[in-house]
Design a protein around this ligand. Structure first.
Ligand SMILES: *Cc1c(COP(=O)(O)O)cnc(C)c1O
Length: 375
């Protein structure tokens, strides 16, 4: 493939010697968990998300599970409570809710943003719905006046799934400037899965929040439920991050701004250079910094379009071909009709955006896309 969709070895190649040096230092230091690398990572991620607290954990799914479990321990959620979640998301958002004994309430997506349709939330609310989990899908912040008003008026918890959007920013009503995703709601989960915008060389994740009690509870729950050694206040879990992964992430964090700017330049090149009327491009949202975890276009003849691109040596992917409510594990949702999500599942195609794609590469791919003609 001349233009692979994603090649992680290539994506990590620029960091190779620094990653090796950082791994060697951790190995030689003899401290593999709960050390300086993890503490430094937490400080850096809290700064990126502009939050008072960050707890680094094992992965993004665990970050979300720990937040929900902590809210149950703190008495702010009870088993069986409903949590509104977009139907167009990676299944992990929904898994976090159902695993915590809570009830996922699937909400259709807005065809413009492809994120949660915030105008539908009010119509779904019942007294048992206590939280909403906006997902900043594809790196697009999902936060608007309607969402914040609904959250405020009904006293809902807002838990951001920030797995795909580290370093994204959103304008907020009544506030000058923008705020980082991960600090827009009450708590947020991030993923450092290797393919994410800030990817480890294995699993990792983090919880960001301005709520000190929540941070304290998450930290205890992630470490067997202990608040100090051999003293267990909760029936906890083991959801820690390795010092080696924290060290890998610290190396890559130095480049996060440059990496995000590269993604922005690639997206802008696609925006400008794709002119084929059969291809619907993602929208630029006013007041937002979108960080382009994926660049998702929509094409009616999607599978034919992907075959054509593959024949021209352009790799693509689909996010997501089978939405959570069509997964066998969620058969209770099989009869739900979520038309925008289903339309997206049938038409979405993700174009290459990961390093080493540049604006120039994107213009080459755009020329191939502009030559597409299914007839
Ligand atoms: C990747 C991802 C997760 C899960 O993160 P892991 O680190 O893979 O557990 C959750 N939600 C979304 C939207 C994701 O993209």
């Amino acid at each position: 493939m001349k233009y692979p969709f994603l090649d992680l070895a290539l994506a990590n190649a620029p960091y190779l010697s620094r990653l090796q040096a950082a791994a060697s230092a951790v190995i030689a230091g003899g401290r593999y968990l709960h050390g300086q690398q993890t503490a430094a990572l937490e400080q850096r991620i809290a700064a990126v998300c502009q939050t008072a607290h960050c707890v680094a954990v094992s992965n993004g799914l665990d970050a979300l599970r720990l937040i929900l479990r902590a809210y149950i321990e703190l008495g702010k959620l009870s088993k069986g409570d409903g949590v509104i979640v977009p139907a167009n998301t990676y299944v992990a958002s929904v898994l976090a809710i159902s695993d915590s004994g809570l009830r996922p309430v699937l909400c259709d997506c807005n065809p413009t943003t492809m994120c949660l349709d915030t105008s539908l939330i009010e119509s779904l609310l019942t007294p048992r719905i206590k939280a909403v989990m906006p997902v900043h899908l594809y790196g697009t912040p999902c936060c608007d006046h309607s969402l914040l008003e609904t959250v405020r008026r009904h006293g809902l918890l807002m838990i951001e799934d920030n797995a795909q959007a580290i370093a994204a920013r959103s304008a907020l009503p009544g506030l000058a400037g923008t705020l980082a995703t991960g600090g827009l709601g009450h708590a947020a989960g991030i993923s450092f899965y290797p393919t994410k915008n800030l990817g480890a060389l294995g699993d990792g994740g983090a919880v960001t929040t301005n709520d000190e009690a929540l941070a304290h509870t998450v930290r205890a729950l992630a470490n067997y439920g202990s608040d100090r050694r051999y003293h267990n206040i909760y029936r906890g879990l083991n959801c820690r991050i390795d010092e080696i992964q924290a060290a890998m992430l610290l190396v890559k964090l130095d480049n996060l701004e440059a990496e995000t700017s590269r993604r922005e330049a690639v997206a802008q090149a696609y925006d400008e250079a794709i002119t084929n009327p059969l291809v619907c491009k993602p929208k630029r949202l006013a007041g937002m910094r979108q960080v382009w975890h994926q660049y998702v276009v929509r094409v009616a003849t999607r599978d034919h379009f992907r075959d054509y691109l593959a024949s021209c040596d352009v790799g693509t992917d689909i996010h997501y071909a089978t939405p959570p409510h069509r997964q066998p594990c969620y058969s209770e949702f099989a009869d739900l009709s979520l038309p925008e999500t289903e339309r997206l599942a049938a038409t979405a195609v993700s174009l290459p955006v990961a390093y080493p794609v540049t604006a120039e590469t994107a213009r080459e791919i755009a020329r191939i896309i502009n030559d597409y003609d299914p007839t």
